[in-house]
Design a protein around this ligand. Structure first.
Ligand SMILES: [Zn+2]
Length: 390
């Protein structure tokens, strides 16, 4: 690293990643179930240099010229077309692997890898939704934040080291704490209809009928997870603000639409309702709650992935600096530094493109990553219009 270059002075952090060779084994577990294993071997003889700059993201430096070879490496990773496994190997051969590798052959299966990338992608999308000034997609924000907060941590073993990714586990801990708060229902105050009031940070107060409560909490048939949500909602009133909000959002979803069996990054699938009216989203208070919950999910996800970053004092330069253990940590660190009120990363509006680009929030009208994509989209619209006229 050439320390006298201005470039590094402007960078908030820089790091080196060894190059690697990446091979893919295909295992046919059954005719319909194909598993792919990425086998990665590091090549210490070639070190790839990265730096982070605001508004450029994590950039890869050309070793010969010292100039930026590729900017916004994070967007390249989350834009990879996953239909071809070769696109991943190309990325790793260009940028090195996501984690620090040992001298042996390291491996990771495609499912784990896609999960890691999906978490990153969902975090970026959620951050971008939060900073959108107009047209927030609350339904998607709700799904994305639940998806992130629900996700179980991902573990990768490399030699003797185990890396835990997205290790927030918050939801389970929150509900476990909620279950420990026991309140005798007899001590509650009831109205003439046998309803009691629960303090609710979204709506102020909310009425629950004692029979419904008893049924939800005592029914041995009902799902343990939703039992915990119901119980926590009624009894864990003094939960920390963000945790309480999460319990409340889940409770209202359950009360209105029943239990859901899956939250993907883009939508929630309810068990007994295939079509949801989403009346909850007509209330600005619930939308505000989703916004707050989304911020919580983003911060949990970023905080849960910063353990590979250490502050270090450079004795030669007499300056503080950051040490970054691997590419994935660096990419999360770049999100850590991203200022949603200044800049945001947006998905290109050309459906065939799939690239993410960084824009300043003031130019938030920009929809396409490049003039080519804007042209193509315009042409398609034009063609569609002509077709429509026929
Ligand atoms: Zn594009």
């Amino acid at each position: 690293m050439k320390k006298d270059e201005n470039f590094y002075k402007e960078s908030l952090f820089s790091f080196q990643n060894p190059s690697c060779v990446c091979l893919v084994d295909t295992i046919n577990e059954s005719p319909t179930d194909v598993k792919r294993i990425f086998k990665v071997i590091k090549d210490d003889s070639k070190l790839i240099q990265f730096a982070f700059q605001p508004n450029k993201g994590v950039v890869r430096i050309n070793p010969k010229t010292g100039s930026v070879e590729e900017d916004n490496v994070l967007s390249k990773l989350i834009s990879i077309d996953s239909s071809s496994i070769n696109n991943f190997t190309k990325f790793f051969e260009k940028n090195g692997f996501l984690f620090p590798l040992n001298d042996a052959m390291n491996q990771i299966d495609d499912e784990t890898l896609l999960k890691i990338i999906s978490n990153l992608q969902t975090t970026v999308n959620l951050m971008s939704q939060i900073s959108e000034l107009t047209r927030k997609d609350y339904k998607r924000m709700l799904a994305s934040s639940i998806y992130l907060l629900f996700a179980s941590p991902i573990e990768i073993s490399i030699g003797k080291n185990t890396y835990k990714i997205s290790d927030n586990k918050r939801l389970k801990e929150i509900l476990k704490k909620g279950r420990e708060h026991s309140v005798n229902p007899a001590t509650k105050q009831y109205n003439k209809d046998w309803e009691f009031e629960v303090q609710d940070s979204i709506y102020g107060t909310h009425k629950v009928h004692i029979d419904t409560y008893r049924h939800e909490v005592d029914d041995p048939e009902s799902d343990e997870f939703w039992k915990s949500v119901y119980y926590s909602y009624v009894n864990y009133i003094d939960a920390p603000k963000n945790e309480r909000l999460l319990i409340e959002v889940l409770f209202h979803l359950y009360e209105n639409y029943g239990s859901f069996y899956e939250a993907s990054a883009t939508e929630i699938s309810f068990l007994n309702k295939w079509k949801v009216d989403w009346k909850l989203l007509e209330d600005y208070r619930f939308k505000q709650a989703i916004l707050e919950m989304s911020k919580f999910a983003v911060s949990e996800e970023i905080n849960g992935n910063l353990h590979g970053i250490y502050p270090e004092y450079d004795m030669n330069l007499m300056e503080p600096r950051w040490r970054v253990d691997g590419l994935l940590s660096a990419l999360y660190f770049s999100l850590f530094y991203m200022k949603p009120n200044v800049e945001l990363m947006r998905l290109c509006a050309n459906p065939k493109c799939g690239k993410y680009f960084i824009i300043s929030r003031t130019s938030s009208k920009k929809k396409y990553c490049c003039p080519e994509c804007a042209n193509r989209a315009n042409q398609n619209r034009y063609r569609a219009r002509i077709k429509g006229l026929d």
